[in-house]
Design a protein around this ligand. Structure first.
Ligand SMILES: NC(=O)c1ccc[n+]([C@@H]2O[C@H](COP(=O)([O-])OP(=O)(O)OC[C@H]3O[C@@H](n4cnc5c(N)ncnc54)[C@H](OP(=O)(O)O)[C@@H]3O)[C@@H](O)[C@H]2O)c1
Length: 412
């Protein structure tokens, strides 16, 4: 079964962050995402599927008995993104990584422990992994085997965070972006226009509050979340649809939503500018990007996006490099114990039907095989027989389970 674990992934290590967007499932909302992932699972005959898009990777973790070759990968991503270009697909050999069996599990553990992240030691990945798993579990995409691997990855990651210094002096993509923003010498009274009020922009908000920015407005699809973030910043919240008619202008635009297409088109950007000149700061932390490339190319912008944070992230890596070695030692223990856990889980699943089958045997004995003899028994004897059979049933159910567990432990 271990061999059936597979991962197809595109990460910051093999691709530019803006290229990752080509390998993401692009949909307008969650129900469309669910439908698309269900179709992907069924089209490629995957037994289970976990989909994890983050700011520095997109990962498809699935189980299947099929082997994965270049043709499979090409068909897979053509289905994921029907508008993917032939050039990007040709380059998939370099940008897509494929892990199978124990290597897939190892990669999952590296990701969850954040040693494969752009910003080593950032803990957001654990939340993102948990949310991705919960969603795929709820949607019936992930099952028992993905769950077992996910649980092992979470336990291993927690052990790495508590037994190494990898998460010390926490940094994140957001904190690096704010560092860059401060380097532009932007005034504390600058007009800051925040678009999106998800987890990432909530964190952005905390930094803006910490650095005492005083003039912030927030737009979000769900107004209550915009209000919540605006309150933190002593700012104003606006409904999403009023964005094109916003008249106050901006000095800094911070955009980060889960939208898989551009949110800030050239037309919208021009409307928001209100004809003002001068250099603007634009921060886009979304993957795929939320600000259209044409906006960046054709305007006077100090553009801050995740790709440009690489060198700051690398400085952070230098500090944590020796912790990566410590982390690997810990992860190895969790990897080594996984095959036994997997075997035990398989046995538990196979044993699932034992209680029902033993009950059926008891029922058949009384009602069919020994029916005539049972009918001749007086009430007291019959009651004793029923009690004895119930006792036997209860005791027998545990025997195969215990024996299997002992066999797994003996073979460990
Ligand atoms: N989490 C991180 O550590 C991190 C770090 C850097 C970058 N990122 C990137 O940031 C982006 C958002 O991630 P997140 O963790 O903040 O997500 P999140 O907590 O799920 O929030 C998503 C936000 O996007 C909005 N949104 C979603 N789809 C939209 C659409 N089609 N049109 C307009 N608004 C839409 C949501 O509005 P509602 O409130 O109305 O749902 C919400 O404000 C992703 O691209 C992610 O890769 C994440």
């Amino acid at each position: 079964m271990l061999a059936n674990y597979k991962i197809l992934t595109v990460t910051h290590k093999q691709a530019k962050l803006k290229e990752i967007g080509d390998f993401v499932v692009k949909t307008a909302d969650e129900s469309a995402l669910r439908a698309r992932l269900e179709a992907l699972k069924s089209r490629f005959k995957l037994d289970e599927l976990l989909y994890l898009p983050t700011c520095n990777r997109v990962m498809y973790f699935f189980t299947t008995g099929q082997s994965i070759d270049a043709q499979f990968i090409s068909r897979f991503f053509q289905f994921v993104n029907p508008s993917i270009s032939d050039t990007v697909l040709d380059q998939a050999k370099e940008s897509v990584q494929c892990f199978e069996g124990a290597a897939a599990l190892e990669h999952l553990l590296d990701v969850s422990a954040s040693i494969d992240s752009l910003v080593i030691g950032e803990r957001q990945i654990l939340r993102q992994l948990r949310e991705a798993f919960d969603q795929c579990w709820e949607w019936g995409l992930a099952g028992n085997f993905i769950r077992l691997a996910y649980q092992q990855a979470v336990v291993a990651a927690k052990s790495v965070y508590s037994n190494t210094r990898i998460g010390e002096k926490p940094v994140s993509v957001v904190s690096l972006a704010i560092q860059k923003l401060l380097k532009t010498n932007i005034s504390k009274q600058a007009r800051i226009l925040v678009i999106g009020a998800g987890q990432t922009n909530q964190l952005v908000g905390k930094f803006l509050a910490k650095h005492a920015f005083t003039n912030v407005v927030v737009f979000n699809r769900t107004f209550a979340k915009a209000e919540q973030l605006a309150t933190l910043l002593d700012g104003k919240a606006f409904v999403w649809d009023s964005l094109p008619s916003y008249t106050e202008g901006f000095d800094c635009l911070i955009v980060c939503t889960g939208a898989t297409d551009s949110v800030i088109s050239p037309e919208l950007y021009a409307q928001l500018l209100r004809g003002e000149g001068g250099r603007k700061v634009v921060i886009d932390l979304a993957v795929p990007r939320n600000v259209s490339e044409a906006v960046v190319e054709n305007n006077d912008i100090h553009y801050i996006e995740i790709e440009g944070l690489r060198h700051l992230a690398q400085a952070n890596l230098a500090f944590r490099e020796q912790e990566i070695e410590e982390a690997r030692i810990i992860l190895k223990e969790y990897l080594q114990e996984f095959p036994a856990l997997l075997k035990q889980r398989q046995i538990e699943l196979a044993m699932h039907r034992v209680p029902t089958e033993i009950k059926a045997v008891r029922h058949k004995a009384i009602n069919e095989v020994f029916r005539k003899e049972v009918d001749l028994l007086d009430g007291q004897t019959r009651e004793l027989m029923e009690r004895m059979l119930a006792y036997m049933e209860k005791k027998c159910i545990g025997i195969p389970m215990r024996a299997a567990r002992e066999a797994v432990l003996a073979g460990k």
